[in-house]
Write a protein that binds this ligand. Structure first.
Ligand SMILES: [Zn+2]
Ligand SMILES: [Zn+2]
Length: 379
């Protein structure tokens, strides 16, 4: 029984390790840590990484990992027999696992069977000594990668909605190849996903494609690198926190201006949650009016996806302006009562439910339901 269990564990390790290795540049190799890395003191080494560790089939070796956290000796690279064919496994000692667990305290939240990897990376960096590697632990930029994935999955730009997972993974591979080229020449540190500026990304792609070798290969590969580069640039441009978008889609008192901005925003999938305003500015005309953030409206409508958050029915009609489902964005705690213009205080309602929210008999009961709906905007 126990033996059976061990076999299935090793299969999990094998499955998850397939795409979790990537050569960032000649001297840096990345391993995305998955649940099994934390649970089983080691991992399967991907075939593409054999060159990096200078290993050949059938030969075992021992390496040392070192950094400011300590020196970890006797990490074994060993051939292990699997059902189908032998694989190279890396075995580290439990003190290395403890160090990993301490560094990534949220590792327990990883799913044992998850095929996609975590945002936790172990980087191996070649040193001057043979079989001794410096290592680094990182976790940030990969979440940008997830954001990009999500964005390509949902964005309608450039291609029909619902890009296949295969194409998305193709883009990621392309971006990681471009990243390697740029990292090798020190334009970036590890990955294009560190780059937050549209201008700098454009500059990077210009450098990459001005290399004739790359440009030629791209043509042969049906322009996949170019397509990935274009999508990545668009992804950065859709980032609401970028200075240009902050200005373009700033809050406004004017209702028409607000709705125009919302229409513009809704053409793209928003890749990050808007901050909104805790205390929207008030301007007094005859009555008080409050400024509204178009990004908040667009985000809430995007989340609602044409379904009223009050009655769960589809929007009653399409808006003439842009053909989008007509829903109204309502503040659960009204602005005049000191409510915020934030996504966790806003819901998309059909006109009926909107009236109900303002004038309905069981207003406060309805308000509680709507508050719960509004909270879903920040999940
Ligand atoms: Zn409704
Ligand atoms: Zn309202």
């Amino acid at each position: 029984m126990l033996k059976q269990k061990q076999i299935s564990h090793s299969r999990i390790i094998f499955m998850q390790s397939e795409n979790s290795w990537r050569l960032i540049k000649k001297s840096i190799l990345e391993k995305k840590l998955d649940y099994s890395s934390f649970e089983y003191n080691g991992t399967v080494v991907d075939q593409k990484s054999y060159d990096f560790f200078k290993i050949n089939k059938g030969i075992n070796k021992t390496i040392t990992l070192v950094n400011e956290l300590g020196e970890f000796e006797n990490i074994k690279l060993k051939w292990a027999r699997e059902k189908t064919s032998p694989v190279m496994r890396m075995f580290w000692k439990s003190n290395f696992t403890s160090m990993l667990k301490k560094h990534f305290p949220n590792w327990k939240a990883l799913e044992p069977n998850q095929e996609t990897q975590s945002n936790y990376s172990l980087l191996f960096i070649k040193s001057t000594e043979e079989d001794k590697y410096e290592f680094k632990l990182r976790e940030d930029y990969n979440s940008e990668e997830d954001r990009f994935k999500n964005w390509t999955r949902n964005s309608s730009i450039g291609s029909k909605k619902g890009l296949s997972e295969r194409s998305i993974n193709g883009y990621l591979t392309a971006l990681s190849q471009i990243s390697s080229y740029l990292a090798e020449r020190n334009y970036i540190q590890f990955s294009l996903f560190e780059v937050r500026s549209v201008d700098y990304a454009k500059k990077c792609f210009k450098i990459f494609f001005s290399d004739k070798g790359n440009a030629d290969k791209d043509i042969k590969g049906h322009g996949f690198w170019k397509a990935a580069a274009n999508n990545f640039t668009k992804f950065l441009e859709s980032d609401l926190s970028s200075p240009i978008n902050k200005k373009l889609y700033s809050s406004t008192f004017d209702h028409d201006d607000l709705m125009n901005k919302v229409s513009e925003l809704m053409k793209n999938y928003l890749s990050n949650r808007p901050d909104g305003n805790g205390k929207p500015k008030r301007k007094s005309q005859n009555t008080n009016i409050y400024e509204r953030d178009p990004k908040v409206v667009a985000w809430v409508l995007q989340n609602a996806n044409g379904i009223c958050q009050g009655c769960k029915k589809t929007a009653p009609f399409m808006r003439s302006k842009d053909g989008m489902p007509y829903l109204e964005v309502h503040h659960v705690k009204q602005l005049k009562d000191g409510g915020s213009d934030r996504i966790d205080n806003a819901v998309a309602l059909c006109p009926n439910c909107h009236r109900k929210a303002h004038y309905g008999k069981e207003k406060s009961k309805f308000q509680k339901i709507l508050k719960l709906q509004a909270m879903k905007n920040i999940i």
